[in-house]
Design a protein around this ligand. Structure first.
Ligand code: GTP
Ligand code: SPV
Ligand code: MN
Length: 588
């Protein structure tokens, strides 16, 4: 990027034609002005100042409530560089089809220039972005989610030339004229027609995952859709664990876990809850930073029992999007503590009663809250070098087949687990919910280049690291025939974290596990299913490896892997063959 921020802002203003241009400094005074503006024009509703000080409700356009993957494009010169799992558009087509949507798109509006940093200011891994947007709601969210303001412009003035420009306009909010386009070769982002979450807060999925993954490939690091947590043991040592779960599959909840064994000294500290940038350290371990400064978390299902730390975090200075509101301007969503209120205003602003037969909060309703309000925030969350990872978890929503947890045999096998993971779709993206799809490393919607090359990059990073983390697969979402979750989840996931730590510290640690064709599965005793009160049959199902289910799974994996043709790394192909061999009954 050779031109200055000023030149770029001039250039986009000539096309978008805003009435005013405001350079954001990130100060509280500026934020207060923006909030007042949004409260006066109805973009935000001020919530009950006693119960939720400095908190606001935003109702988005009902056609704009989640990421839209079918409108998200990787605009590399060659289609093969986007690969079979991304939508591709040539840069030229993007200029012809998308750029015109920015023509006069900010007329009558103010353009905000939002300079932001992904990562802590003193981290060598922090990176700069500048988003211009005509949405003050986006500015207020970016101020929570990133380090934003003058400090970043100073950095650019001091010579940082590799800042990523992101152009965002609400346009007319019509899905027919909505595009989220990424140009990995010029490291540019264009987003038009949506004001929601990952479509519009360009530092998050667009930069910190799609663009950053392409930077990481060139520079030898990984940009991942992962939580990062520190697991403290009674002895006081802390084991760092990262986890890649698809959208709305439990990252935030695991990262903020409230331990049922706190009195024994077992505790979880949050480093990050959505994104990790991972580098190989001089000690041969993988070190992870959280590039974000806030949490954009799923509201439904969050309550004092499932996630008390989140409930505390969102009790002030937070923005709620598409939740329901009570008579006294408190927030409500499905799964909240206590009885269901008899009257609410639903997420679209309409009166609601339990008889309405609809959800009061949108299933993808969210809170935006500063990380610093998390009561279990790790004291190492801003360490410049990050934290050293001992384990990586890959997890998804699977009603069948996948056990509660199992360990891979080695890095290459672990990369294969990530490459072949699948999960049921959720409300975090528009489209059908509950459909099982391949979602490698939870990056299906977020990898900025060919997924086959991405797996190869993972294999390479493993070779660079002499002491890489152990890789596990987890599944909190196994159901019985009635569709009931068999595993209590949330705080009880601590049992799985303890087993993971045990496996990592005892090195070859098969002691509390048994080797199966898919990997090392714990014994029910190692997890303590009996003190948890699980029935023997549930406990058995949670750890079973059903050969027929797994033969079918291996077939589905084969069909998925085939799509990558000659971009599929040999090691992944060989791992798949080895799995099939282990599953096949020995010929007599
Ligand atoms: P994104 O922000 O979209 O990336 O989601 P996420 O991966 O951070 O998921 P989150 O922790 O917000 O959880 C999504 C939904 O799953 C919420 O409704 C949670 O209440 C629910 N959930 C999270 N953990 C568990 C669990 O262990 N068991 C069960 N049954 N549900 C869970
Ligand atoms: C996700 O979908 O993974 C999210 C929400 O974290 S959004 O920011 O909208 O992408
Ligand atoms: Mn996410």
């Amino acid at each position: 990027m050779s031109s200055s921020v000023e030149e770029w802002v001039d250039e986009v203003s000539r096309t978008t034609r805003p009435d005013h241009v405001v350079w954001c400094d990130g100060t509280a005074a500026e934020n207060d002005r923006l909030i007042d503006l949004m409260v006066s024009d109805g973009t935000l509703l001020r919530l009950n100042d006693q119960k939720l000080p400095n908190c606001f409700l935003h109702r988005s356009n009902p056609q704009d409530v989640a990421r839209t993957e079918h409108l998200t494009f990787i605009c590399s010169r060659q289609a093969e560089d986007a690969g079979p799992t991304n939508n591709w558009m040539s840069p030229q087509d993007a200029h012809e089809r998308i750029w015109p949507l920015f023509n006069n798109s900010m007329q009558g509006r103010t353009m905000y220039v939002v300079p932001y940093l992904m990562g802590a200011a003193d981290s060598p891994y922090a990176k700069v972005g500048v988003e211009v947007t005509d949405s003050p709601y986006v500015v207020a969210n970016m101020r929570i989610m990133t380090r934003m303001g003058q400090v970043v412009l100073d950095r650019i003035q001091a010579g940082a030339s590799d800042w990523v420009p992101g152009l965002h306009s609400l346009g007319d909010l019509s899905p027919d004229r909505r595009f989220i386009a990424h140009f990995p070769e010029t490291r540019t982002i264009w987003s038009v027609g949506s004001g929601y979450g990952g479509n519009a807060l360009l530092g998050k999925k667009c930069y910190a995952l799609r663009i950053a993954s392409t930077m990481g490939r060139e520079q030898g690091w990984l940009a991942e859709h992962m939580l990062i947590l520190g697991l403290e043991s009674p002895a006081g040592d802390v084991t760092y664990i990262a986890g890649a779960f698809p959208s709305a599959c439990g990252k935030t909840n695991l990262a903020m876990l409230k331990s049922p064994f706190e009195s024994d000294g077992w505790k979880v500290w949050t480093v990050g809850e959505d994104i990790a940038w991972i580098n190989v350290g001089p000690d041969g371990r993988l070190w992870a930073i959280n590039p974000e400064a806030g949490y954009f978390g799923v509201a439904p299902g969050t309550n004092r029992k499932t996630n008390p730390n989140a409930m505390d975090a969102v009790s002030q200075n937070s923005i709620f999007t598409n939740v329901a509101m009570t008579d006294d301007r408190d927030v409500w969503w499905e799964g909240m503590d206590g009885p269901v209120p008899q009257r609410l205003i639903d997420w679209q602003g309409n009166p609601w009663t339990p008889a309405s037969g609809t959800k009061a909060a949108h299933p993808n309703s969210r809170f935006t809250t500063p990380a610093t309000q998390n009561p279990v925030l790790s004291t190492h969350w801003e360490d410049p070098q990050g934290v050293p990872l001992s384990a990586i978890l890959f997890g998804g929503r699977r009603a069948r087949t996948v056990p509660l947890v199992y360990r891979s045999f080695d890095w290459e096998h672990g990369v294969f687990l990530g490459a072949t993971m699948a999960s049921e779709t959720t409300a975090a993206a528009t489209g059908a919910v509950g459909v099982v799809r391949g979602d490698p490393m939870a990056m299906l919607p977020f990898c900025g280049y060919n997924m086959g090359d991405y797996w190869n990059h993972w294999l390479e990073v493993g070779k660079q690291a002499s002491n890489p983390p152990a890789i596990f697969q987890v599944n909190w979402f196994r159901t019985d025939d009635q569709g009931r979750y068999m595993w209590p989840g949330f705080g009880e996931n601590m049992r799985v974290l303890r087993w993971v730590r045990d496996q990592v510290l005892s090195r070859n640690g098969t002691s509390a596990g048994r080797e199966t064709p898919v990997g090392i599965v714990p014994t029910p005793e190692a997890i303590g299913t009996r003190d948890l009160g699980l029935s023997a049959s549930d406990a058995e199902t949670l750890f079973e490896i059903d050969r027929d289910d797994w033969l079918r799974e291996a077939e589905d994996q084969h069909a998925f892997l085939q799509k990558f043709g000659d971009r599929l790394p040999d090691a992944i192909r060989a791992q798949h063959q080895a799995l099939q061999n282990r599953l096949s009954p020995v010929a007599v």
